[in-house]
Ligand binder design. Sequence first.
Ligand code: ADP
Ligand code: MG
Length: 326
Amino acid sequence: MGEFDLIRRHFQHALHPPGVALHNGDDCALLAPAPGMRLAVSTDMLVEGRHFLSTVSPEALGHKALAVNLSDLAAMGAEPLAFTLALSLPRADDAWLAAFAKGLLALADTHGCALVGGDTTAGPLNICITVFGQVPEHQALRRSAAQVGDDIYVSGCLGDARLALEVFRGTPGVCGLVSAEAFAAARLRMERPTPRLALGMALRGLAHAAADVSDGLLGDLGHILTASGLGAVLHPDELLNNIATNPILSSDRGHFGYEYCLTGGDDYELVFTAPPSARAAVQQAASASHTPVIRIGHTVAQLGLTLLTASGQVLPQRWASFDHFA
Ligand code: ADP
Ligand code: MG
């Protein structure tokens, strides 16, 4: 199978949304954002051994490669239009490519996001996707727009992806505690994350600032706080008491429960801030988008992050979030 056969066979997407004027096959694709909308653009790369384990199924990998990119659009309040796929493959394995494309294009169809181009080359397995979305300029959820006294929220639940990773790593003290059921739930969240697009769009004009939780809550919230020149007080027990949180994490408060919820990466939830006057509207946005959100703290003028437990204890900040070059 040659390069062009491969592209025709696996990466010819039948989806033709109005925001795409010309698909792949030419030198460029042409996008047509709606009048008054700004293009939102983001790229994320997945490298074998770094972002995914070699044991992951190609279908899950196709899903995740696009999901992590769509998550960035969600964090901006943008609606997906299209994406490009740059793929480096050790070999042209037809069965692998069919499964990868199935996972990838199923998620693309769900969100009306058309595959409009890319590049395909031989080399170590590496997947790089660029997504294009649209958002009204003044409603984009920027990291720098949080204000003093804002509530801080997080969607869904945190810590599952990290829990699954530690089980795969065979981390002592974790493996023995995790039932097959709890592991399966955590693994599903790690391998098939849900980009929170409907919530992101529902928060337009409501939330002040947002980011997606890819590297861990403390780090990603930290980006918002740094960009906005603010500090925050957080109540980590709100994360552990959340009914959606994996019970293994809620029941292990002192040990890894706090750590995985606060710093575990790869969850692709949204962390966002909104003024207290918007509490009812935020809950309405959450239910309209079928995405639960919980309030976990508030911003303060003084820089720095205070982690306050339900019993009034201040947790030490020994946890850093993930950094590829640290
Ligand atoms: P160029 O010579 O301009 O680099 P290519 O020969 O790499 O173009 O690709 C030919 C066409 O196939 C282009 O329209 C490109 O966008 C598309 N394409 C290449 N790889 C992929 C891919 N993995 N998925 C979707 N489209 C692809
Ligand atoms: Mg090319």
